[in-house]
Design a protein around this ligand. Structure first.
Ligand SMILES: C[S@@+](CC[C@H](N)C(=O)[O-])C[C@H]1O[C@@H](n2cnc3c(N)ncnc32)[C@H](O)[C@@H]1O
Length: 246
């Protein structure tokens, strides 16, 4: 992400739709969730998920990775304040080039960040990092219908041409060596947790002429409009996949 993106999104409490209820619902679907000890939270942003996971899994070590240094510093600071710095680690890194030992993770978390690699690449890259039977949990924009309205089709053809249907995601997962343990659409509240502060941020920056920022704001406004007008055509969904072996 470049500087104008961080200027718009940096102060927001989270970088994607989702709330602790959806995070915990997905975590609950992870088989043997109580046995999870090693978690990698990729594209952790300001750490909403990092701390939700650390609280729900008191025996687990959670490593939060983000490419944006100020987010990573804030997570490390918050871990110290919360007294969990012994098991919540913040790391500045690029998920494309991360060095993770084979079989070392019980769970890989990627809320709102799998699109950075693209789903198929992420599935292939992350599978060897998981122990056999380990899981990945991610959220992403999903098409609910094959018959998108013109405005929706035109907006997402530019902004996210690789957006898939739920069925296509399950097929991709199976081909890549995973079984789908859970898949659910996020609630209106989980969408609002992201879009309501984002809308306020866009309003606060209205009239900003700094290079790049006005383009980002225009896209943000269009996205909010599309999501609000066509809530049944596309939206955020969560998937939990388990690595299959043999
Ligand atoms: C859409 S936000 C999601 C943030 C967070 N997971 C959440 O749900 O609030 C995507 C995050 O991925 C980070 N990011 C972008 N490219 C990255 C990369 N190549 N490696 C690691 N993090 C990256 C961004 O800095 C941003 O914090």
């Amino acid at each position: 992400m470049d500087a104008p993106i961080y200027e718009v999104f940096g102060p927001l409490p989270q970088g994607a739709p989702g709330n602790d209820a959806s995070t915990l619902r997905a975590l609950d679907a992870v088989p043997d969730c109580d046995a999870v000890r090693r978690v990698l939270d990729l594209g952790a942003g300001r750490g909403r998920t990092t701390f939700a996971l650390a609280q729900a899994l008191p025996d687990a070590h959670v490593t939060a990775v983000d490419i944006h240094g100020p987010f990573v510093m804030r997570i490390a600071e918050r871990a110290r304040e919360a007294g969990v710095a012994n098991r919540v680690h913040a790391m500045c890194g690029d998920m494309e080039t991360l060095d993770v030992a084979e079989g070392s993770m019980d769970l890989i978390w990627a809320e709102g960040s799998i699109y950075i690699l693209g789903m198929e690449r992420a599935f292939a890259l992350w599978r060897p990092w998981l122990r056999p039977g380990g899981c990945i949990a991610f959220s992403d924009f999903v098409r609910w219908t094959g018959d998108l309205s013109k405005d929706v089709r035109e907006f997402w053809a530019v902004e996210y041409p690789d957006m898939a249907s739920e069925a296509a995601i399950r097929c991709r997962a199976e081909r890549a060596g995973y079984r789908t343990v859970s898949g659910f659409r996020m609630s209106r509240e989980a969408h609002d947790a992201y879009y309501v502060p984002l809308e306020a941020r866009a309003a606060a920056l209205a009239g900003c002429t700094r290079a790049g920022v006005s383009n980002v704001l225009e896209t943000v406004r269009k996205e909010i409009d599309i999501v609000r007008r066509f809530p049944d055509e596309a939206g955020y969904a969560f998937f939990v996949l388990q690595r299959t072996d043999g």
